[in-house]
Design a protein around this ligand. Structure first.
Ligand code: ADE
Length: 229
């Protein structure tokens, strides 16, 4: 899996891959990352990448030309690359998207700054537009990191323990059951006694009940959907 980031601010993204699971994925050649800076594709003499909005409106937009030429170059090098634009106006990015996109060979994240991106670039290149939540970030970089992380952990070999994937939240349309480690009693609170008895069928049954209760409490919307199915 290759991730390409189109961004004016590589340093907002690259440190995320310098530790832990994603660092190991890169070392194991399961993942590679690269960066393109639209400033390198400007044709004006001051390398300007932003401009006022046509027709007025608050804030600056990323100019069409440098971004367009950057994406053109990426597409020329890999016509099969899948272009993802993070934007608050996109559809909600969910676990099913993370799983589906994990089978792509090459994803290009096109990160807007300022007030966004000239719509003609979006129309020409966007395969998908995603929002990571109903709030506005200062740019797409953080959203790209969030999506890259969620996608990567579904790439075969990235997670040490494959069971982590099947047992986790959203897998059965429910949140994951609470989990515990040692000691059995901590701060006067006990691990549920069934967890300590070693009967795996009973533990699975209890976990399923807890998952349902947790989902009903924290995410009534998800719970209602899981009951309806
Ligand atoms: N860019 C700015 N805000 C965003 C959001 N909520 N999701 C994705 N990209 C964004």
């Amino acid at each position: 899996m290759k991730f390409t980031y189109v961004t004016l601010f590589e340093n907002l993204i690259s440190p995320y891959f310098e530790d832990s699971i994603l660092k190991r994925a890169i070392e194991k050649d399961l993942l590679s990352i690269e960066f393109y800076n639209p400033r390198d594709y400007t044709t004006n003499k001051h390398n300007k990448v932003d401009d006022y909005q046509a027709g007025g409106g608050a804030g600056l937009l990323l100019n069409a030309q440098p971004l367009f030429d950057t994406l053109k170059e990426i597409k020329k090098r890999d016509p099969k690359a899948h272009f993802v634009f993070p934007a608050p106006a996109g559809k909600a990015f969910v676990q099913a998207d993370a799983k589906r996109l994990a089978s792509k060979e090459h994803i290009v994240f096109v990160n807007g700054r300022y007030e966004g991106i000239d719509e003609r670039v979006v129309e020409t290149y966007a395969d998908e537009i995603f929002s990571i939540g109903d709030y506005v970030l200062t740019g797409g970089e953080l959203a790209s990191c969030v999506m890259s992380d969620a996608i990567s952990r579904n790439v075969s070999g990235v997670l040490g323990n494959v069971d982590s994937l099947s047992e986790e939240s959203f897998e059965e349309k429910l949140l994951e059951a609470p989990s515990f480690t040692k000691p059995a009693v901590f701060q006067n609170k006990s691990v549920p006694s069934e967890f300590l008895k070693g009967n795996h069928a009973k533990i699975a049954n209890l976990k399923n009940k807890m998952a349902k209760l947790k989902t009903k409490y924290f995410r009534p919307d998800l719970y209602a959907r899981s009951c309806a199915e």
